[in-house]
Design a protein around this ligand. Structure first.
Ligand code: FES
Length: 233
């Protein structure tokens, strides 16, 4: 019986996907859990934790706004057509994934895909992940560097343990998280967790990763992914 349940759970998880519609919303299918989470600061004002703010009722299929203009966010209400949303996908073949900046420390190696930064800022605590990686023979520094990389929603920061050769990834349930950062009044991207395939409007599957973030404000220059453009500088 257990096997049967597990199999049906697997089949359900395997059916989960997100399809980008041309100049329209993300069509989410397969009953993907949808959660709203907030970035919380520590006493010193550094981003430290995630707090679950809301869990939406499970729906087999739903459409998430990608243009940033829906009056029923996070869901699409059709406004994209009225505002003539231009949602052309420019992420192409994700060549940026082939050329991360590599920072080698004594025990950890950090791959930094800078273009994927969504300004979640978990990487700035305790001197920053780059310094922590450089000092990764110090146990506390190593632990904090791993924590910071694992909290990076977009997968900009990926840590590899040089001893084992393994990439250190957080275990994430397949789900979509709407990122909010109340302390700064920022409305972040959609955090796609656990390796849910994202399919382009012309049927191409983007590189499947454990952590990716999708643009929901309509401003990204790397659609369908977030490039941090929702943050005003
Ligand atoms: S994508 Fe439909 S309202 Fe934004």
């Amino acid at each position: 019986m257990t096997g049967k349940n597990e199999n049906s759970g697997d089949a359900r998880e395997n059916s989960m996907k997100i399809t980008v519609s041309k100049d329209g919303p993300f069509i989410v299918s397969g009953g993907v859990p949808l959660i709203q989470e907030e970035i919380c600061n520590d006493e010193e004002g550094y981003c430290r934790n995630w707090r679950e703010a809301k869990k939406f009722p499970v729906q087999e299929q739903y459409a998430l706004c990608r243009c940033g203009h829906s009056k029923n966010k996070p869901f699409c209400d059709g406004t994209h057509a009225k505002v003539h949303f231009e949602g052309t996908e420019t992420a192409g073949n994700e060549s940026y994934l082939r050329h991360p900046k590599i920072i080698r420390g004594p025990e950890l190696e950090l791959a930094d895909y800078e273009g994927l930064c969504v300004h979640a800022r978990f990487c700035m605590r305790a001197g920053g992940i780059w310094n922590l990686t450089a000092q990764s023979d110090i146990p506390d520094a190593k632990k904090t560097a791993i924590e910071e990389a694992c909290n990076c929603p977009s997968g900009r920061l990926v840590i590899r343990d040089r001893k084992t050769g393994e990439t250190v990834e957080p275990e994430l349930e397949k789900s979509i998280v709407i990122i909010e950062y109340p302390a700064r009044g920022e409305h972040g991207p959609l955090w796609v967790r656990g390796g849910i395939p994202v399919v382009s409007s012309d049927g191409k599957i983007y590189t499947v990763r454990n952590r990716v973030t999708l643009c929901r404000c309509g401003k990204s220059g790397n659609k369908p992914f977030c490039d941090g453009s929702h943050v005003q500088h």
